[in-house]
Design a protein around this ligand. Structure first.
Ligand code: ATP
Ligand code: MG
Length: 435
């Protein structure tokens, strides 16, 4: 029986003490996307199952083994999104965005669901930041999307990563490549796993992405797609490399990258980190020029990437990258008695209106317990308010770090905190001091 106090395998809670890190990287993601001209899009966590089977591909691991699919109460087959590209493509077609100004550039952050074997860096619910760019077929677009990922990783202070690129060609050049792959894998068919035997006839490129050790070993000796590119695809790949070089970005060409989803064409790429262990890919993406048409939209070149946020945070931790802590309360007002409690509520409201993190007692406990609490939550300043303070309209503001106390008028708390904010970097925006 499922345990009521245990999260499902492969899921993680982000606890209050860790959420500041998530907010920090998510803010950086949206901020970075913005300076490259990408705007956020939000799509549902579930879609009709066909959205994924028709795009991700029914010979991929994701569709064959990893999808959370169920019938809803109306007997519709529904799937929790294993990735966001398919849903974003469905959405931009449905809302006619592809007939607007081109290129259309969107970004997203969201949960993904894959029934995988949970291990470090591999979860059943994980989160991706991603971007998609529609309506640009030039190699400059491939470079721009790659540069965006690189810009973000650099801005987060990461060092241990490298960029690997490849081209897997278009359906045209893939015909010859598939024939060569089939011939090669047929010669090894007695050693391939059951799933790959099925893939051998239907989609031999998928064998290159199989995680079984024997299949990976066989795949290592397979013909490489770069040797089979048509002129257009070869030229495009050269263009991507030139743009990356022009931007001064280091990369290496890895002919073994094929990516785990069927919709990719031409450029594919991965950012890999040595801080990650076995699950070393933090970001993967590429071009998918045929997908929009495949999903019944007007033919539109497109490309994008998905970046795993949990893996990104693992790298940041491993590299000791600078990360903000949760903000501490600026002031805790400790009331003694009912009248003081009312005053504290009013004072807190006024302080919060100014942007300070101001807290007071909402449990009705005694002064000693309140002060213990203020200390535990790391309040920078405290002030005790009892009947005497109310009568005198004065109180002692105490700096918790130094123990220093200053008597001030209750009407001056705001000014005092501003003054302290100026020297002490406490929460309220310093700009508001100037106005
Ligand atoms: P892998 O080869 O590691 O299984 P993938 O090719 O399946 O990755 P994509 O579908 O390209 O991954 O997803 C993009 C990114 O999302 C990955 O590079 C990774 O950072 C992250 N990711 C994918 N699957 C998981 C997972 N199960 N748990 C955590 N992060 C994941
Ligand atoms: Mg995978």
């Amino acid at each position: 029986m499922a345990e009521i106090n245990k999260a499902p395998r492969g899921t993680c809670d982000v606890l209050p003490q860790d959420s500041a890190k998530w907010q920090y990287v998510e803010d950086k993601m949206i901020e970075t996307a913005k300076i490259f001209g990408f705007s956020e899009i939000r799509v549902p966590v579930f879609e009709h199952t066909e959205v994924f089977t028709k795009s991700v591909g029914d010979t991929t691991d994701v569709v064959q083994k990893e999808m959370y699919t169920f019938l809803d109460k109306g007997d519709r087959s529904i799937t929790l999104r294993p990735e966001l590209t398919a849903g974003v493509v469905r959405s931009v077609i449905e809302h006619g965005l592809l007939s607007g100004p081109m290129p259309l550039k969107v970004c997203y952050i969201g949960g993904c669901y894959r029934y995988e074997k949970p291990q470090a860096g591999r979860l059943r619910e994980f989160h991706q930041f991603g971007v998609e760019c529609f309506g640009a077929k030039s190699p400059a677009a491939d470079a721009e999307v790659i540069l965006l990922a690189d810009h973000l990783l650099k801005n987060l202070g990461l060092k241990s990563y490298s960029l690997h690129i490849n081209s897997i060609g278009c359906p045209e050049c893939r015909k010859n490549y598939h024939a060569a792959l089939k011939e090669y894998f047929r010669s090894q068919s007695d050693r391939l796993c059951g799933t790959c035997l099925d893939r051998l006839e239907r989609n031999p490129m998928r064998i290159l992405d199989c995680k079984s050790p024997v299949c990976s070993e066989i795949a290592a000796g397979a013909p490489v797609v770069l040797d089979y590119l048509c002129d257009e695809c070869r030229e495009h790949f050269e263009g991507v490399k030139s743009h990356l070089t022009a931007a001064g970005i280091d990369f290496s060409v890895d002919p073994h990258i094929v990516r785990g989803l069927d919709y990719y064409t031409k450029t594919v790429f991965e950012f890999v980190s040595t801080s990650l262990g076995a699950q070393s890919t933090v970001c993967g993406g590429g071009r998918y020029d045929g997908l929009i048409e495949q999903m019944h939209g007007a033919p539109t070149p497109a490309l994008g990437f998905g970046m795993g946020i949990e893996r990104l945070l693992m790298i940041m931790e491993a590299e000791n990258a600078a990360m903000p802590e949760s903000k501490k309360p600026d002031i805790y007002l400790a009331p003694m008695g009912e009248a003081a409690a009312l005053k504290c509520t009013a004072l807190c409201k006024a302080l919060r209106d100014e942007g300070f993190i101001a807290l007071t007692d909402i449990t009705g406990r005694g002064l000693k317990a309140q002060m213990k609490y203020a200390d535990k939550i790391g309040a920078r300043f405290t002030m005790v308010l009892g009947d005497d303070e109310l009568t005198a309209n004065k109180g002692k503001i105490k700096c918790m770090e130094s123990g220093e106390q200053t008597e001030i008028s209750l009407d001056e708390i705001r000014e005092k905190l501003y003054e302290l904010a100026y020297y002490d970097g406490i929460t309220a925006d310093i700009d508001s001091l100037i106005k």
